[in-house]
Ligand binder design. Structure first.
Ligand SMILES: C[S@@+](CC[C@H](N)C(=O)[O-])C[C@H]1O[C@@H](n2cnc3c(N)ncnc32)[C@H](O)[C@@H]1O
Length: 229
């Protein structure tokens, strides 16, 4: 098995300064995107509640700090925020209100090799990273690293099958393949639900509950998981 600290995925390299700026504006650029962000926040709030309102939370990857104000709604919450991309962290710190930024400890790290001691946070809040991971082996490495660093829960969002959008995506991909496109540049992936839940179990996580973005239609699902000792 590949050593987790040596895992570096192709998609991670795209978050340079220009892309980070673009990502900052992405979730507010249209009504549809603003609605989608509103739903993401609603699900995140519910998931944090399911996790028991954790006191010490690691937002990883934090991207442009899209969830910082939500995480800070709990007055006494300690918030750590990390990302692989220094550009992303700089954009987040410049874009978010300074009062909020001063409450958050930020650092650059890979999610495969988190620069924290074992059991150092109550929860890891991991939005929109796992759908970039194609291989089971890499997902397991991530989940095991999260298991090392969190002492209690993990909140994780990704794309799953068993809904209309995943069915349509599969059909479109089959059509593209038939036309000779290899799909080599793909950097977002749909995971089979049963495979995923087996991976959770294998890496020491038990499903508390999940929330779907739009049940039966959308691919986004957010799981709240509890660590098994
Ligand atoms: C789609 S963005 C999601 C950001 C944020 N969670 C959100 O929902 O707005 C993906 C983020 O993952 C970061 N990233 C990519 N590879 C990573 C890795 N190996 N470890 C930590 N962060 C990574 C990127 O720099 C980027 O900020």
């Amino acid at each position: 098995m590949q050593k987790a600290s040596s895992i570096e995925l192709e998609f991670s390299r795209k978050y340079n300064r220009a892309h980070a700026q673009q990502y900052l504006h992405k979730h507010s650029e249209s009504l549809a995107r603003r609605l989608s962000h509103w739903r993401d926040e609603q699900i995140a709030r519910e998931s944090l509640k399911l996790a028991g309102e954790p006191k010490v939370v690691l937002d990883l990857p934090c991207g442009a700090g899209r969830f910082w104000s939500l995480l800070a709604e709990q007055q006494d919450r300690v918030i750590l925020a990390a990302d692989n991309s220094a550009d992303m962290l700089n954009v987040a710190k410049a874009a978010q209100p300074q009062e909020l930024v001063s409450r958050i400890t930020t650092f650059q790290t890979s999610a495969f090799d988190i620069d924290l001691e074992d059991n150092s946070v109550d929860s890891i809040f991991c939005m929109r990273l796992l759908h970039h991971i194609k291989d089971t082996e890499h997902r397991l490495a991530l989940l095991r690293e999260f298991h090392r660093v969190s002492r209690d829960t993990l909140i994780v969002s990704l794309w799953i099958d068993g809904n209309f959008k995943a069915w349509r995506r599969k059909k479109l991909e089959a059509r593209r393949e038939a036309r000779g496109h290899t799909g080599q540049n793909k950097n977002r992936f749909v995971v089979n639900r049963s495979d995923l839940e087996r991976e959770f179990e294998k890496s020491g996580w038990k499903v508390v509950e999940y929330r779907d973005f739009i049940p039966g239609y959308a691919m986004w699902r957010t799981y709240t998981l509890r660590k098994e000792h």
